[in-house]
Design a binder for this molecule. Structure first.
Ligand SMILES: Cc1cc2nc3c(=O)[nH]c(=O)nc-3n(C[C@H](O)[C@H](O)[C@H](O)COP(=O)(O)O)c2cc1C
Length: 199
């Protein structure tokens, strides 16, 4: 059975985006994917929590897709996490609505991968910066899959962006057919490695 995928997407300045504007086109073409463009839906930050909870219930793979802003997500995605993942529903006593679902992130980052190393400019790996997301998924009983990451966005040519878009499309094919879990994803820093592509 194809996976039902919910994409929670946040980009505060989509009209100025080069990379994400191209990437999100693929979500709209697929019947099993529901795209929630948070800044389009909730520009006043007034999120319809009950609707988002219904969507989460109906889907088994949740993708958080965002550009990396100050080592984290844009503020409306944080607002979504804060408002929607309620105690007693997503976690805590009786909070089992998300148990057994899977979560992953699709992230674009201005810096190169080499900057996210101990000796690099950011001194830590991207996975270390993403620990709050990983632990949030785990607290809610979800499996956190390795993120799909596009580094060095400022240097990408239009051809590079097209190539990444095609790779993301191939990733969606794979995920739609049933997410590889357990050993298939254990040990990989990024999902990119599982697609056997250079970063
Ligand atoms: C406010 C702001 C904060 C940013 N913080 C980071 C960061 O912490 N690390 C990083 O690698 N890139 C950072 N960037 C670069 C963005 O991640 C990059 O411009 C974006 O992913 C490109 O995608 P787009 O063309 O869709 O906007 C930041 C950009 C902005 C505007």
């Amino acid at each position: 059975m194809p996976e039902k995928i919910l994409v929670i997407f946040a980009h505060p300045l989509l009209e100025k985006s080069r990379v994400n504007k191209q990437l999100i086109r693929f979500y709209k073409e697929r019947g099993n994917i529901t795209l929630q463009d948070l800044y389009e839906l909730y520009p006043d930050f007034n999120i319809d929590v009950e609707h988002q909870k219904e969507l989460l219930t109906e889907h088994n793979l949740i993708i958080l897709h965002h550009p990396l802003y100050w080592y984290s997500c844009p503020p409306l995605m944080k607002q979504w996490i804060d408002m929607v993942l309620e105690v007693g529903w997503a976690y805590g006593p009786g909070g089992d609505a998300l148990n057994g679902k899977q979560m992953m992130q699709v992230i674009t980052s201005g810096a190169r991968k080499a900057a996210y190393t101990e000796s690099g400019r950011n001194h830590h790996s991207l996975r270390e910066f993403l620990l709050p997301f990983e632990q949030t998924a785990m607290l809610c009983g979800m499996t956190y899959l390795p993120p799909y990451v596009i580094h060095g966005t400022h240097r990408l040519s239009n051809d590079d962006i097209r190539t990444y878009s095609e790779e993301l499309s191939a990733l969606l094919d794979l995920l739609s057919a049933g997410v590889p879990t357990g050993e298939a994803t254990t040990g990989a820093d990024y999902f990119n490695e599982l697609l056997k592509e250079d970063l």
